[in-house]
Structure formats: structure tokens, C-alpha cells
Design a protein. Structure first.
Length: 665
């Protein structure tokens, strides 16, 4: 019995020739029982496996054998994927025997997937019964429902499916495919069929697929390549991801292929190659273009990046301080490549262009960690992509920095100091409601208090706060989550948004039973929040008892400090708003740093109504919106416009800007 110990990857022509020569010498000397020790072999290619198969056939004919031992993790997966190795051979330190391809084919199991999952200990009978009820209602595949509900990981689903189908499941990674195999199939065909050629051994092609039952597609591959197929089960997203690597034209140096554990999950996107965009040099023009856009957006303080295709040009616009500015344009034929690059970064399906997609990514640029939310929408000239930029470094988590006037800040702190009650923050989309909620929760956090949030999605993570995300897809909306949160012994509850009657009623009940509840509503002013809650079906007498106060807010653009000038307002404005005669206002001339707008940065204007006894008595009578407005005016509550005028008088913004966001003349 002769041991052969190759010390190099078996992929190059020289290494394969040396292997063949060594085996020939052993056979010529009558040494017919060979052991191939693969401990030092980091990678093995199709040519070397052909040599091993041919040698095994010769040795078997002469009464000998070729066995292997100690394969690395990657080499073991290659042997299993190609059918040359039986998984049972790799238990302990036993010697593995080479199989002819397909000789140990496992018949598909007749056992149902649910029973296999039970046998594998991945689900309980109770979970299975619940999933079967959902399946009867939705007609989705059981495995898909289990993954969507979070009971099963995608890897476990594929492992169970592989056991049912009788084919191996191998998590894809670099080294599990080679250019000789991918050259057999055009890139466009591989993407359309969602398959990945892995290895070619004689007339057999090892092929990764996520749907081994798609017989017509597999027949098309056989006809195209002229090869028999050895199937490997892999995740669809994995296949599409590694198609990009396989067809990139880059050859991977075997010494650089690491045999790392595959049973880990990526939890920090900073560790991926594409995340540290400042360190990527010499990349493709599309990669550099996308990286440059993100860097510029972060530098300019953009909240959103819009990438859209027209008839002849692809346009990029940044939303800065609530206003869109066009920053660049490129050829329309580059647009699909730009979108695909962003989908790769967000781990989305690059082949799906007909349906909207949502995802997220994290990048590190300029020494800061930036979260980007990806959203695509198909249009007549191609997909439009919007990236929401969430810069944690720019987040305001301090009520002192919200820009409130001293009077409003004192009222807000008084409301937050209450032990129970409902505090509502209102305003349209993009008015900073979530920022105010986060700042309030951060102000309240304490070791002595149990603070629980219900959000969609969780935008910023705060220490010592129990943050939870709703999931409509699995039947976990705000209302249901709120019911469960109330059993968690909370002191303070933050509900991201009150959207329906159930959530509104539970929030009011929670406020009445000794909890401080903070939430948001989409209304134009503070008094309108009360009408909206009653319109949702909340009983007026309950709302009057639960309400602590309402904060309405808007964001106005501040005057650009680089081009700021002062001027005397017209006498009619001074008289109209009762300003001092020596009042001076400010405006920006427009410069390169503010995109010639005269504005840079934003600040909040606020309107706060505290639930007084008079207001509570009025609400208990189920008043109309007009009656509430009349009460607000008679009580002398300062309006959003009034607060905005104070900022105008201080030279922080302009009268035109305040009028724009408050819709007042």
C-alpha cells in the first residue's frame, strides 16, 4: 500500500502531469494499492479528477485500487459535488474510495419534506401543523413558508430538500467552479436558466441548480453542452451571486483560496469586499462610478440618491435638505450595469428586472459606517433605484439638539417626565418625526426603566432599549406586536406609527394602564392628530383621558452660512408680523457648497399642545375638527408658522421657506 502526498493544488498542467507520472510509475512497478493523501491539497480541478478516475479504472482492472484520505473541507465538497466521493466516506479518518460518476446515485425519497424536517429535528410537530394551515391558505411551498416565518434557515431548507431529492447540497464558494466548465455555457444562458457550471470530468458536467425538477431547462443545458449532468443543489441567490464571479474572466490563484467554515452568517457588512469603498482601487468603471456616487452623497449630506433612466441618458439626483438636485448624467446603456452593481451590494436578485425589490447594504466611507436602503421600481426605460442614506454619525439622539425653542423644549421635557399617557408626534413624510421619537427615547433611557420599541424598520440602534421590528409578511403587524409587548412589563413603549384602529386602541389602552406611549401620525398639525385618532374609531372619552400631548413639526432649510447676507425687511412685513423696527433678516446668495440654492442644512419648527383640562373636556364630547381648531386658536397655542417666524427673525431661515413648508402666506 503506497502513500502519495501531493503538496500543491492539483489544478495546473504541471501538477496534473506529475500526478499522472507518479501513478504510472507505481503501476509499472506492480504497486497497485495507492492511497492519495489530500491534506496539503487546497484545490483540485477537473483535469486531476479525470486522471484519478482513469487510474482507478486501470488499478481495478489489475486487482488494485486508488483511495484517498484527509481531504480539506473544499476538496471534500468538490469530490461530493462531482460524484467522485460518497459523503459516508468522510466520516472519521476512513479511506475514501473513488466512484465512477453517478455510480452511487441516491434515489429520490418518497418521504414528504415535513417528515424529513421532523426527522432532522429542524421543526416540531406543532410548527408543522401551523405551517400546513398557512400552506393551505397561501398555496406556497412548505419550505418557503418555513424560511419566511423564521423557523428554518435557507441552508437547512436546502439540506432537507437535498435529502428528499437524493442529490448533494453544497454551499457555493470560490473554488467550487472552474473556467473550463463555465466556458461550456454562455453567460446569458446560465443567467436565464439560473444555473452554474462547476466542473467538467470527461463527458459529465457538474451543474449547480436551485430547481432540480426543472427537466426542460436541464435538457436544454445537456443539448447545449453535449454533456451528461451531475446535479448539485444550491440556493438561487448563491447561484446568481457566483455567476458574476465565474463569468468575470478573473482567474483565482489556488494558493489564495481559503478553506474556511461555511456554516457562518454574515452579520457585519463592513467585512465584505465591496463595503470599504474608499479602499477599492482599480475596479471596473461601473464599480468606481457607484462608489463615487455614494462618497459624494455622504460628503454632501444627501438623504436619498435617485438613479433613473431616460430615453437617451441615465440621470442621478441627490435629495439634499428635502430638495432634489441633478448631480450627473451618463449613457443610458450603462444604467443596467449600475443597477446590477447596486443589487450585488444589497444581495438581491440581479436577474429579476420585472418586479420591485427592496434591500439594504452597509458601507464604510470617509471613516464612517453608512447604512443604505435600496429600492428598485421597473419603468418604461429601465429600473429606477432610490438609495436612502442613513448616516448614524449625523443622527440627532438628543432632545437638546432638535432645534426647539426654549419654551417648546420645556413643554416636551415636561411631557416626557410623565409616568403614563400618550404622546403623539405628527407631520408629513420626511418631517423628522422618527428623529424626535429616537431623541425622546434616548432622553428617557435608564437602567430603572424597561423601554420597548416597535418599528418598521429599526433605523438606529440604541443601547439599553429593546427594539423590535414588525413583519407583515408573517402576520406580525404593529397591533399584534404591541399586544405581545404589553406582556413584557414595559414602562415606556415607542410605536413607530399608528396606522390602523387596532393599533390606536391598544396604544390608548396602554397609556390608560400606566404606560408612557410615544408614537407618530401623519397629520398636518397638532390638533389634527386628535381628529385622526377619533376618525380611526378610538372612543373620545378614552382618548381624552389617555392623551398627554401632541407635537407637530416640519423641517425647514437653513440659510447657507457660506453665502449668507442680511437685509432689512419691507415695512409692511414688519407691521404685519409685529417685528422690531430694527429687525434684520437673512438669506443666501447661492454658492457652490449649497448648489446655488442659498440654503444648507435643516432645522425643525414645532407646535406643541399639552392636554389641558379644557381640551380633555372638549374631546370627551366628540368635537368636530372645526371645534378643535377654534379651541386651539382661543387657547392661544403657538402654531408651526409662529415658531417658524421666530427662526426667521433669528436669521436661521427665510420667510419664504417657512411659508413653503407650512402652506401659509
Amino acid at each position: 500500500m503506497i502513500y502519495m502526498v501531493p503538496s500543491h493544488p492539483l489544478v495546473s498542467e504541471g501538477a496534473c502531469a506529475e500526478l499522472a507520472r507518479t501513478i504510472d510509475e507505481c503501476i509499472s512497478e506492480g504497486r497497485l494499492h495507492l492511497i492519495l493523501d489530500l491534506e496539503l491539497v487546497s484545490l483540485i480541478g477537473g483535469a486531476a479528477m479525470e486522471i484519478m478516475l482513469d487510474a482507478n479504472a486501470r488499478l481495478s482492472h489489475l486487482g488494485g485500487s486508488l483511495k484517498f484520505v484527509n481531504p480539506t473541507s473544499l476538496v471534500k465538497d468538490i469530490l461530493i459535488a462531482t460524484g467522485l466521493g460518497d459523503p459516508a466516506s468522510f466520516v472519521g479518518n476512513s479511506f475514501g474510495g473513488l466512484h465512477s460518476i453517478g455510480s452511487h446515485y441516491v434515489q429520490p425519497s418518497t418521504v414528504k419534506l415535513g417528515d424529513i424536517l421532523l426527522d432532522m429535528g429542524l421543526v416540531t410537530q406543532k410548527q408543522l401543523d401551523e405551517i400546513m394551515l398557512i400552506q393551505a391558505r397561501t398555496h406556497k411551498r412548505m419550505g418557503v413558508i418555513l424560511v419566511e416565518s423564521g423557523i428554518l434557515s435557507e441552508a437547512d431548507r436546502l439540506a432537507a430538500l437535498a435529502r428528499q431529492m437524493g442529490i448533494p447540497y453544497i454551499p457555493l464558494r470560490i473554488g467550487l467552479f472552474e473556467s473550463v466548465a463555465t466556458a461550456l455555457m454562455p453567460k446569458e444562458l446560465a443567467r436565464r436558466l439560473e444555473v452554474l457550471p462547476m466542473f467538467k470530468i470527461h463527458k459529465t458536467l457538474t451543474l449547480a441548480t436551485s430547481d432540480p425538477q426543472a427537466i426542460p431547462l436541464l435538457d436544454e443545458v445537456q443539448e447545449m453542452t453535449g454533456c451528461k449532468l451531475q446535479l448539485v443543489l444550491a440556493g438561487r441567490e448563491e447561484i446568481l451571486k457566483y455567476q458574476i464571479e465565474a463569468y468575470s474572466g478573473n482567474e483565482f490563484i489556488p494558493e489564495m483560496v481559503e478553506n474556511m467554515a461555511t456554516d457562518i452568517e454574515l452579520v457585519t457588512r463592513e467585512q465584505t469586499d465591496h463595503s470599504k469603498i474608499d479602499e477599492m482601487a482599480g475596479g471596473s468603471p461601473v464599480i468606481n462610478f457607484v462608489n463615487g456616487l455614494i462618497q459624494r452623497a455622504v460628503r454632501d449630506g444627501a438623504s436619498d440618491i435617485h438613479i433613473e433612466s431616460g430615453r437617451t441618458r441615465s440621470y442621478v439626483r441627490f435629495r439634499i435638505d428635502g430638495i432634489l438636485y441633478e448631480v450627473t448624467a451618463s449613457r443610458s446603456d450603462l444604467h443596467p450595469a449600475i443597477v446590477s452593481r447596486l443589487k450585488v451590494m444589497a444581495n438581491l436578485d440581479i436577474a429579476e428586472r420585472r418586479l420591485p425589490q427592496d434591500g439594504r447594504m452597509q458601507v464604510v466611507t470617509q471613516g464612517r459606517s453608512i447604512d443604505l436602503r435600496f429600492s428598485s421600481l421597473p419603468g418604461i426605460y429601465g429600473e429606477k433605484v432610490v438609495l436612502r442614506v442613513l448616516d448614524k454619525n449625523q443622527s440627532i439622539l438628543d432632545v437638546e439638539r432638535l432645534g426647539m425653542s426654549p419654551v417648546n423644549l420645556a413643554v416636551l421635557k415636561k411631557l416626557l417626565a410623565r409616568s403614563h399617557g400618550l404622546i403623539l408626534v405628527t407631520g408629513p413624510t420626511g418631517s423628522g418625526k422618527t428623529t424626535t421619537l429616537y431623541a425622546s427615547v434616548n432622553h428617557l433611557k435608564s437602567v430603572e426603566k424597561n423601554i420597548v420599541t416597535i418599528e418598521d424598520p429599526v433605523e438606529y440602534q440604541i443601547d439599553m432599549i429593546n427594539q423590535n421590528q414588525v413583519n407583515e409578511a408573517i402576520g406580525l403587524p404593529f397591533s399584534k406586536m404591541l399586544k405581545h409587548v404589553l406582556r413584557q412589563d414595559p414602562d415606556i413603549i415607542m410605536v413607530g406609527e399608528i396606522r390602523d384602529r387596532d393599533t390606536a386602541e391598544i396604544a390608548v389602552q396602554a397609556a390608560l394602564t400606566g404606560h408612557l406611549v410615544l408614537s407618530t401620525l401623519h397629520t398636518n398639525n397638532a390638533i389634527g392628530a386628535l381628529s385622526r385618532m377619533m376618525d380611526m374609531g378610538v372612543e373620545p372619552y378614552l382618548l381624552s383621558s389617555a392623551l398627554a400631548g401632541v407635537v407637530a413639526q416640519r423641517l425647514v432649510r437653513g440659510v447657507c452660512p457660506d453665502c449668507k447676507t442680511s437685509y432689512l425687511p419691507p415695512p409692511e412685513l414688519v407691521a404685519r408680523y409685529q417685528w422690531p423696527e430694527n429687525a434684520r433678516l437673512a438669506r443666501g446668495r447661492g454658492c457652490s457648497t449649497c448648489y446655488d440654492s442659498g440654503y444648507r442644512g435643516r432645522l425643525g419648527i414645532h407646535e406643541i399642545i399639552e392636554a389641558s383640562e379644557g381640551l380633555q373636556r372638549l374631546m370627551a364630547k366628540n368635537p368636530s375638527k372645526d371645534e378643535l381648531l377654534s379651541f386651539s386658536h382661543s387657547a392661544g397655542y403657538p402654531t408651526l408658522f409662529d415658531d417658524g417666524l421666530q427662526h426667521v427673525l433669528k436669521g436661521q431661515t427665510t420667510l419664504e421657506e417657512v411659508a413653503r413648508v407650512t402652506q401659509e402666506e
